[in-house]
Ligand binder design. Structure first.
Ligand SMILES: [Fe+2]
Ligand SMILES: [Fe+2]
Length: 159
């Protein structure tokens, strides 16, 4: 099914955002593992896997719309040097993703592509959940202090 000419570049930009997030989160997740924070490792690794699903769904949609998925384009990485930096970099990217998906949904509505509206809405809700997770971590750090927060990350999966 032929997709709208304006929709395909937007889907490919969202794909680049997702592919960038996968790499950034994998690095953050492994840095946390290396520091001995398995709960953070697991939580961030799960987000990287969510982003992998988003990339997969976008690739499916682009192919369905007879476009060519661009998988060799990444945005600059924002690797944090500390846990609070990682969390705020990732949260900033999630807030950007919420904006980008809302803009994509607006365009998909304008070109009457409701299948894409449905897909982008499903991803948008997951990005809102990721942003909310980052906000909760920042709140916890502010409320209990960084050493207490980090002491909580040393065993078991974080929810
Ligand atoms: Fe995503
Ligand atoms: Fe996300």
């Amino acid at each position: 099914m032929k997709g709208d000419k304006k929709m395909l570049p937007v889907l490919n930009q969202l794909l680049a955002d997702e592919l960038t997030a996968i790499s950034q989160y994998m690095v953050h997740s492994e840095m946390c593992e290396n520091w001995g924070y398995p709960r953070l490792h697991t939580a961030i690794e799960k987000q990287a896997m969510d982003e992998m699903h988003h990339a997969e769904w976008l690739i499916q949609r682009i192919i369905f719309l007879e476009g060519v998925p661009v998988v060799n384009k990444l945005n600059p990485m924002k690797i944090g040097k500390s846990v609070p930096d990682m969390i705020s970099n990732d949260e900033g990217d999630e807030l950007d993703a919420v904006k980008a998906y809302n803009a994509g949904i607006k365009l998909a509505r304008e070109v009457s592509d409701n299948g894409t509206v449905e897909l982008l809405t499903r991803i948008l809700k997951m990005e809102e959940g990721h942003a909310d997770w980052g906000e909760a971590q920042r709140d916890q750090i502010a409320q209990m202090g960084l050493p207490n927060y980090l002491a909580n990350q040393t065993e078991g999966p974080a929810s």
